[in-house]
Ligand binder design. Structure first.
Ligand SMILES: C[S@@+](CC[C@H](N)C(=O)[O-])C[C@H]1O[C@@H](n2cnc3c(N)ncnc32)[C@H](O)[C@@H]1O
Length: 273
């Protein structure tokens, strides 16, 4: 085995242990580009030096930094519009009717990346459901990456990001131009909060959400981690709640999730335990 092959195997194991993300060996070349900044910040010259630093430092900080730097943060506003259409047209009206007493709705964008999913939800609620103005609305966005959580909380986006999926009328209505960037309006920010959270760790108990978005993250997890996450989601979702996965993902847990096919998209309903 060459020394670089050993380095990559070690790095892949660090990523798996700390984020549950599988890096396929065919994508080893990504370590070089994604870890450049970490190498620079730590004054390291090469991946081999990084591996040596990891081996001699048993603490979690450096390991987590490597895992976070290797996450894929691809996202956009109103990604898979059919999902948002279904929520707006059918699923939310039913949930609103069912929550007339508590007048509370809780949403979780799990693996929220830079926050566009959470802000898309908030914009949709403000735009299409003015009757919710007096309700308690909580949109929680969580991601393993501290950098993504910081970016989401700031709610500032570059032109190329707002050009992806955000209709122009929403851009001018719900974001404010600040220099070269666009910042989410405080009225929308107020509905959202962001936290760093690793889905591979035990889920906090006592949290219940009405709608959970768990999209485009389980593709990176091995089967046992997917199962752990889907069981945690099942405990965290109201009995009449709604789970969305990425369009290429399926729970494959017939005991816990019922697949609800609609003409344009799919959602998952929890089966009572
Ligand atoms: C491809 S993005 C998906 C973003 C958004 N959900 C969407 O569909 O547009 C995947 C996100 O999952 C996050 N992630 C990866 N592993 C994670 C883990 N173990 N716990 C929490 N978030 C994780 C990454 O940091 C990244 O921001």
């Amino acid at each position: 085995m060459t020394s670089s092959a050993i380095d990559f195997e070690y790095l892949r194991a660090v990523v798996m242990r700390n984020s549950g993300n599988h890096v396929d060996p065919s994508r080893d070349y990504l370590f070089e580009s994604r870890l450049q900044r970490l190498l620079r910040d730590r004054g390291l010259q090469s991946l081999s030096q990084l591996v040596s630093a990891l081996r001699s430092d048993p603490g979690p900080t450096l390991q987590r930094s490597v895992a976070e730097a290797m996450t894929i943060n691809e996202t956009s506003f109103f990604r898979d519009t059919s999902t948002f259409d279904l929520l707006r047209e059918q699923l939310l009206p039913a949930l609103i009717a069912a929550r007339q007493t508590t007048r509370t709705l809780r949403f979780w964008s799990a693996a929220s990346s830079s926050g566009q999913e959470a802000y898309s939800l908030a914009i949709m609620l403000r735009e299409h459901f003015p009757l919710l103005a007096g309700w308690r609305i909580d949109i929680l966005g969580t991601d393993i990456s501290a950098e993504m959580v910081e970016r989401s909380s700031a709610g500032r986006y570059q032109r190329i990001e707002v050009n992806r999926g955000l209709p122009a009328r929403f851009l001018v209505k719900y974001l404010v131009r600040t220099g070269d960037e666009w910042e989410v309006h405080p009225d929308i920010k107020r509905l959202c909060r962001f936290q760093q959270r690793n889905l591979c760790l035990p889920f906090p108990s006592g949290e219940t959400f009405d709608v959970i978005f768990l999209r485009n993250v389980m593709i990176y997890f091995p089967q046992d981690t997917r199962r752990h996450v889907l069981l945690g989601m099942h405990r965290s979702l109201a009995r009449d709640g709604v789970l969305f996965l990425g369009l290429s993902e399926q729970p494959r847990m017939d005991t816990h999730w019922q697949t609800m096919l609609t003409p344009k998209t799919v959602w998952y309903k929890p089966i009572p335990a």
